[in-house]
Design a protein around this ligand. Sequence first.
Ligand code: ADP
Length: 489
Amino acid sequence: MFTRSGEWVIISGVKKYLHFKTLKSLRVHLVLIILLVGIIPTLIMQKVLIRNYESRAVEVRTAEVQNQCTILCNQIAEANFLKDPSGEVLQSELSQLANIYSGRIMVVNDEFAVVFDTYDLDRGRVIISESVSKASAGNSATFYDAETKYIEISSPIYDGNKNEVLGVMLTSVSTNAIAETMSILEGVTEVLIIIMTVAIALIAFLIGSKVVRPFRRITDSIEAVTEGFDDDYLHENAYEETEVLSVAFNKMLGRMKVLDDSRQEFVANVSHELKTPLTSMKVLADSLLAQEEVPPELYREFMQDLSEEIDRENIVINDLLTLVKLDKTNPHLTIEGQNINEMLERILKRLRPVAAERNIELVFESYGPVMAEVDEIKLVLAFSNLIENGIKYNHDNGWVKVTLDADHKWFTVIISDSGIGIPEEEGERIFERFYRVDKSRSGEISGTGLGLSIARSAVLLHRGAIKVQGNDDGGTDFNVRIPLTYIAI
Ligand code: ADP
């Protein structure tokens, strides 16, 4: 083993990989299947045809020789050849028949003694064999020996009245001619099979290449998209399967584009939101630096402004961090059984002083105690944001009402307010990150535009749903629905 440089190991690894890859290739599979389907039946047919030809040819030859034998048997009986086998006419006829078929004829009398043999070897010998005894009982018998390529026919020799069997004529004829024809046939069919195999292999290769071509095109397109050269959609409609694949791929591509767009928008928004307070801070600091002998009161005022900008920056960063935590594909949730009534009352208690500043009434209405499996911290965050918004975007002396209800599967919290409302056309957009309805309208109300995104993410993590709609008092209703039992996926 050539381990010092590791080359040998690498080469054998690559070979193994290629070997494995080739075996896994769809084209190779197709070529092999087409070859097998095309060639196995042909091989079987060749064997069947040749066997059929052999048995048919042997049958014809046997019938032919048997006819001749019957004629000769009659002549033997008539000429009393069994008693006096010296008749030259019959002898030459028997020899002629034997010669024509490259065989041998023996005539046996009723004492099983050979009276005539075309080979002149066994004259006078006694033959007792199954075929001789069958024929002497009146039944002619035939037997084909495929090994030695001979047909043996034993025919009974009857007297003139066909009553008595006088002897037996044993004929064996060679079937070499049949065997020769068979081997010629085999040769021809083998050549044909080889030509067919090459042709089928060629066709199989072409079909294989054609079948896998759309898949190759799909791979090329996907690679082009992956490498960023192309952001085109796939249109591979050669087969139903590739069409389904294209549709699925395009869907994924569409989703990726949306995600990419939203990521870019998010980054742009984050930069903008973080830059705004920084720009203000820079302007404040520069204007202080530009002045000489600045009175301490002005310093204090500017420092106050700077501190507020830093606070704002802090709020944005904290909200972003919360959102990132909630956005993780597999966030850590601490699910525990919670009393939702108590949870909401705690939130309202904390927000009451804020609401009192603008004389906004906070009302809680519950249709009964509700226990649910939730992550307390994340859900408190969601409801706090919604109730805080109800206060923030409200008129002075208004109200915010929180209603809790439940059925056997879900609990529902409706947060209604008598506030400024959300125009219907804003719809779902308010849940987008950094989205603020009509910036000039929200201008004087501080906010990051992240509160509702945070609320929605927290609700979705609980496999719940959040909806928004206007109410009869011109304000807004946020409807949150969450399963009582946490459904882990
Ligand atoms: P923020 O309040 O920080 O601006 P949010 O994501 O909480 O961000 O809200 C997004 C926008 O939706 C807000 O700017 C506001 O215009 C609108 N909004 C949210 N809640 C209410 C509400 N209860 N009443 C009216 N407008 C609302």
